[in-house]
Structures are given as structure tokens and as C-alpha cells.
Design a protein around this ligand. Structure first.
Ligand code: AMP
Length: 630
């Protein structure tokens, strides 16, 4: 079948198409309907069918491949390297499920994970899926305020965490950040389960905190069966940044997600049961959920869980893992490749990479020099894929598992199964059909299986934010600019909103601004994303100090910059820390008081600031420019 025909069927005959894809997973009870879009935009997939993500990821492989590796946990931070077969993973997941049950977790309860890249994190996610608890993984690099807002929103019965993470040999204690976050949140978890890696001392709260190893010991013999869940039940929530300071809980289902991942593993990633998948991301991000944990396991592949940097102990570490575990498919973000590109290319030649079939890159724009460099160095196809936390799996890429198609540098590719992608005029909502016309990338409903169900406990926000932002049109807004060429390939040209992308990580500038504003000497602040050769973008903050005398000289400016960076570090995490803080006496705004972020960003990037007819005081923009000098 040609890809064009495959895609046409997926959108024009969704019931027939997705009923076939649904056969890629196990069902306890077959779905009664395939695509129920009777109440748009709340599409329900495979309603009436019952299944379980953990069963599909683990249990169903026991008969054919019980002794094959399933989870390979590698940490170059602690030196731990351990492979779990499907049978061993099955046992660990049951121990963990029994522990969660003993701590009071029932079907539908939330379990929040704040964990480094350790096997226990994967056990916990799968254990939640097994018993129908809703997991909410918070990236371990986030700090107390970010964590607190997620605890507040998810209202977890139990939080699972660890003493510490480690990055580049530097231990980052999690427990004090977690304790502070629980203190800040009005919701308190009933229990906290703590994996002790022996990296940092932990203070225990009596009656609330439990030790992983001790509790596990008590549940070695407990068998916990999979709970058969309706396909439309909620499997997890994952928080993501938008234009407001409050992160959104992206809510995902069970059955649609399982089918979407199984289909993507076949059509896009060309997975092969028994082979190894290596996704160098983090379980705190959607890529980690879909392609470290669920996707490869559903496809019967071994998955590598990697804690560490790509350049430590040296820049050959990933390639040595490819050789050792005969990795077939690799997945990472362009930033990691840009980091490797700065190292000696000899590291790539030292290892036998003959098992590797393709490298997938996602999370941020893939620039042509990076793509060319890694493509020449590895000699395998480099496949860009564009998606979002909201979609759960690629929206645009090349489905070589259906039909081999050439990639084009600079383009992630074409729409995947079930995605009706359009380019619309930002303010009129008119569809732009001519090749090369720039507009907003949108998706027409019904959205495919695996796509977000809603915003956790906020249907109204889901509809208003995503589906009613373009005048006169009820379409899903990606908030990305894009164009399509004459061959139907799309190009993504950056966000339309105030979201920035630092090293493939999505951050809201408003959250950073709110954090900076909490400093006593900050009167006003604007944060913008500025192009960066390594990280894609970095955050830059422009601050108006309350006490101008404090920033009158270089020493004062450096002091306040340092304090602000420390503040952001402790509240949001190092990821959100601005690369630079600059001081001005007024910020560029419109006459109605709206910050002119795009103009600030343009000035920072040495571009023309665009239409400035609405600016209140042009001197503000000159100040921004002057503050950049030096
Ligand atoms: P996240 O939800 O964190 O995965 O971030 C999603 C955003 O990252 C998208 O809306 C895009 O702005 C950007 N993005 C992700 N993948 C790509 C890609 N392959 N090319 C260009 N931008 C991308």
C-alpha cells in the first residue's frame, strides 16, 4: 500500500482503519465502537473495549519472550547497570503494585512520581497502569514550586520519589525539594514511598514516609493481577507549560494510547520484538512515557533506561551501549546531537554500530547542519518527528514502515495516520492551501487515538485553549507556525505563543516571570526565548529593579542577577534558569500595557523588531538593546 492510501484510509475510514490497528494489542473485551465523536472535541476511542497497558507491555510477552531482556537500566552516574527480563519485570511490577495497594492506592487514584532515571520509576508507572491508578510523572529537574503546583492539581494519594538524582557527577537531593513542595501544597499525600540510592541523606516523616526496599521485602509473594479497564479510562496525566503560569495536566486514555503506540512502533519506528530500543530522553517528558516505557515494551522490545550525560565518561558512551546491547532503534533530541558534534568524531568510529537501523530526533527544530553531520557520521536514516505532549506520539514524520520515503532536510515530514493537519491564517481562520504560505498549524478533529482526552479536571480549559483559539473554527491549535511545500511536507517555524523550547524542553515564559517577580527587588520582568546554537533557545530576562540604585553599577547588577538565578533554580529548577538577566528602567509595551515580547526577542536575535506603531515608548526597546552590549 502506498503511504498516501494508508493515510487517506486513516482519516476517511477511521472506523475500519483503527479497528485493524486495534488488533495490534490484546483486549479482554473487544471495543463496542471505534471512533465515537458524538461530543466533539471529546473524541472517545474504542469505547466498551477493556484492556490494560501493563498487560500489553509486560504480561502478554511472558509466553514468547519471558527470558528476553525487557528493561535495561544503565546509569553512568552511579555505575549501576542491570537488565530485567520480561519475567523479572513482571515480578517487580507486581511487588510495586502490591506496595502501592498497601499504601492505600485504588483504581482512579493518582500517584505522583518525582524520580530520577531508575528502574523503580518504570516499575511504578507500570504498576499504576496495572491497577488502574493514574500516574503523574514530574520531571526530576523541576524544583519545589513547580512540583507543588503539580501536587496541588493532581491531588495524589501517594508520591513516589528517591533520595536524589545525579547529573554530571553532581548529586541533586530530591527529598528536601519534595518536602518543601508538600509544605507549599494545600493537598497532602497520604504516603510517600522513597527509593534510597544512598546518594543523599533523607529525613523521614514518621507515619507518612516509607522505605522502598523494606516495603518491597514485605510484598515479594503478593500477586497482583491486571485490572481490565475501559479503553476510555485515564491512564496518566502529564503537566506541560502554556501561556499562563499554571501548567496544564494533559490527560490520556488507556486503549487509544496503547493502539497508537503499537501502530507507531510498527509504521514509524519499525520496531522488532526481541530487538533493543534506546530512547535517550527522560521519563519526566512525554517522549519518555511513550518511547522509553510503553511503546518499546508493547512492541516486545528491550528498552534502555539511561541516567547520565551523552559525554560522560566520554562522548562514546551512547555508541558503546548501541554496540553492547545491539540497539536497533535510537531516539533523542537534536540538542544532544549538537553536544556530540562538538566532540571528537573518532568516538563514533570506535564502536560497531551495525545493529543500528535509524536515529529518530524530536522535541525541537532539527537544523540542517546537525542533521547532515549525524547522518554522515552514522550512515543510517535520520528521522525527524514533530509532536507535542498533547499528541502523545508523532504528528508529522516519515512512516518508513508503511512505504519508504525520502526525508527532506528541515522538514519533519508528512501527517501521520489519523492526523488531518492544516495551515490556517492566524486571525481570519482561513485555510492556506498554496504551498509556502505561512500560518498556524492546526489539526482537524476527530483527533487520532493516543491524543489527549482533555485537560485534567478542566474540560473548559481544554476547549477554550486548544479548540476555540482560532476565530470561527473548531480545530485543535498546535500553537506552532508552519508551512507546507508542494510535495505535502511540512516545516515548523516556531511557537505562536509564549512557550520556549530549551534543549528540547518546553517551558512557559510566564512561569519564569512569576518566579523572578517573587524577588523583593524586582518591579517588572519580561522573559523571552533567544536563539542559541547549542540549546536551540535559551531564556533571557529583562528586569526593572525596584531599587534602581542597587543595579547602578556592574557589581550590583551581577549580584542581583545571581540572586535571581538562584531563586529560579530553587523554585522551578535549573532548566528554567535564564541564561542572562539584564536590567532596564522600563520594558517595551504597547499603549494598552501589553509586553512586546516578540519585539524584545527580535532585538536580542539581531533582527528587525517589526511593526512598532503600537509601542508606548520606543526608548524602552533601545534600553533592551543597550543592556545586551557586554
Ligand atoms: P513538548 O510538548 O514538550 O513535546 O513540546 C512540543 C513543541 O516542541 C512543539 O509544539 C514544537 O514547538 C516543538 N517541537 C517538537 N518536535 C519538533 C520538531 N521535530 N521540529 C520542530 N519543532 C518541534
Amino acid at each position: 500500500m502506498t503511504y498516501a492510501e494508508f493515510h487517506r484510509r486513516s482519516v476517511e475510514e477511521p472506523d475500519a482503519f483503527w479497528a485493524e490497528q486495534a488488533r495490534l494489542i490484546d483486549w479482554q473485551q473487544a471495543p463496542q465502537s471505534i471512533c465515537d465523536n458524538s461530543r466533539p472535541p471529546f473524541t472517545r476511542w474504542f469505547a466498551g473495549g477493556t484492556t490494560n497497558l501493563c498487560h500489553n507491555a509486560v504480561d502478554r510477552h511472558l509466553a514468547a519472550r519471558g527470558d528476553q531482556p525487557a528493561l535495561i537500566s544503565v546509569s553512568t552516574e552511579t555505575g549501576v547497570e542491570k537488565a530485567y527480563s520480561f519475567r523479572e519485570l513482571h515480578a517487580e511490577v507486581q511487588h510495586t503494585a502490591a506496595m502501592l495497594q498497601a499504601l492505600g492506592v485504588r483504581q482512579g487514584d493518582r500517584v505522583l512520581l518525582y524520580m530520577p532515571m531508575v528502574a523503580e520509576a518504570v516499575f511504578t508507572m507500570l504498576a499504576c497502569a496495572r491497577i488502574g491508578a493514574i500516574h503523574s510523572v514530574v520531571f526530576g529537574g523541576f524544583a519545589s514550586v513547580s512540583l507543588a503546583s503539580r501536587i496541588e492539581d493532581a491531588q495524589p494519594r501517594v508520591i513516589v520519589s528517591a533520595d536524589a538524582g545525579s547529573r554530571g557527577g553532581k548529586v541533586l537531593a530530591y527529598k528536601p525539594l519534595l518536602d518543601e513542595a508538600i509544605r507549599l501544597s494545600s493537598h497532602k499525600p497520604q504516603a510517600v514511598l522513597l527509593a534510597d540510592r544512598g546518594l543523599a541523606p533523607m529525613e523521614r516523616v514518621a507515619g507518612r514516609d516509607h522505605d522502598w526496599a523494606a516495603l518491597r521485602q514485605a510484598h515479594l509473594d503478593t500477586e497482583v493481577a491486571c485490572v481490565w479497564l475501559d479503553a476510555t479510562a485515564t491512564s496518566y496525566t502529564i503537566y506541560t507549560s502554556g501561556t499562563t503560569g499554571k501548567p496544564k495536566g494533559v490527560q490520556r486514555d488507556v486503549g487509544g494510547y496503547a493502539v497508537a503506540l503499537a501502530a507507531s512502533m510498527e509504521h514509524i519506528f519499525q520496531g522488532e520484538a526481541g530487538a533493543t530500543f534506546f530512547c535517550a530522553s527522560d521519563i519526566g517528558w512525554v517522549v519518555g512515557h511513550s518511547y522509553i516505557v510503553y511503546g518499546p515494551l508493547i512492541a516486545g522490545m528491550a528498552t534502555i533506561l539511561y541516567e547520565g550525560l551523552p559525554v560522560r565518561p566520554d562522548a562514546g558512551i551512547w555508541w558503546s551501549l548501541v554496540e553492547k546491547y545491539k540497539v536497533r532503534t535510537m531516539f533523542t533530541a537534536p540538542t544532544a546531537v549538537r553536544v556530540l558534534k562538538k566532540q571528537d568524531p573518532a568516538f563514533l568510529k570506535k564502536h560497531d554500530l551495525s545493529s543500528l537501523k535509524a536515529l529518530f530526533l524530536a522535541g525541537e527544530p532539527l537544523d540542517e547542519p546537525t542533521a547532515r553531520w549525524i547522518s554522515e557520521a552514522l550512515g543510517v536514516p535520520i528521522i525527524d518527528n514533530y509532536w507535542q505532549t498533547e499528541s502523545g506520539w508523532p504528528i508529522l514524520t516519515i512512516a518508513n514502515g508503511v512505504e519508504k520515503k525520502a526525508s527532506k532536510f528541515g522538514s519533519p515530514g508528512v501527517p501521520m495516520a489519523g492526523y488531518k493537519v492544516k495551515i490556517l491564517h492566524e486571525s481570519t481562520g482561513q485555510e492556506l492551501v498554496e504551498p509556502g504560505q505561512k500560518g498556524v498549524v492546526v489539526i482537524e478533529g476527530p483527533t487520532p487515538p493516543g491524543f489527549m482526552q482533555t485537560v485534567w479536571r478542566d474540560d473548559e480549559r481544554f476547549v477554550k485553549t486548544y479548540w476555540q483559539s482560532i476565530p470561527g473554527r473548531m480545530v485543535y491549535n498546535t500553537f506552532d507556525w508552519g508551512i507546507r511545500d508542494a510535495d505535502g511536507y511540512y516545516y515548523i517555524l516556531g511557537r505562536t505563543d509564549d512557550v520556549i523550547n530549551v534543549a528540547g524542553h518546553r517551558l512557559g515564559t510566564r512561569e519564569i516571570e512569576e518566579s523572578i517577580s517573587s524577588h523583593a527587588n524586582v518591579a517588572e520582568v519580561a522573559v523571552v526565548g533567544v536563539a542559541d546554537a547549542l540549546k536551540g533557545q535559551v531564556a533571557m530576562a529583562f528586569v526593572v529593579a525596584r531599587d534602581a540604585a542597587a543595579v547602578a553599577d556592574e557589581a550590583g547588577r551581577l549580584r542581583l542577577e545571581g540572586e535571581i538565578m538562584k531563586l529560579v533554580d530553587s523554585q522551578l529548577g535549573a532548566l528554567a534558569r535564564p541564561a542572562r538577566v539584564r536590567f532596564v528602567s522600563l520594558l517595551p509595551k504597547t499603549r494598552s500595557g501589553k509586553l512586546l515580547r516578540r519585539a524584545i526577542q527580535a532585538v536580542c536575535e539581531g533582527r528587525d523588531a517589526g511593526d512598532l506603531t503600537t509601542i508606548e515608548d520606543p526608548a524602552a526597546l533601545r534600553q533592551v538593546l543597550d543592556s545586551l552590549v557586554g
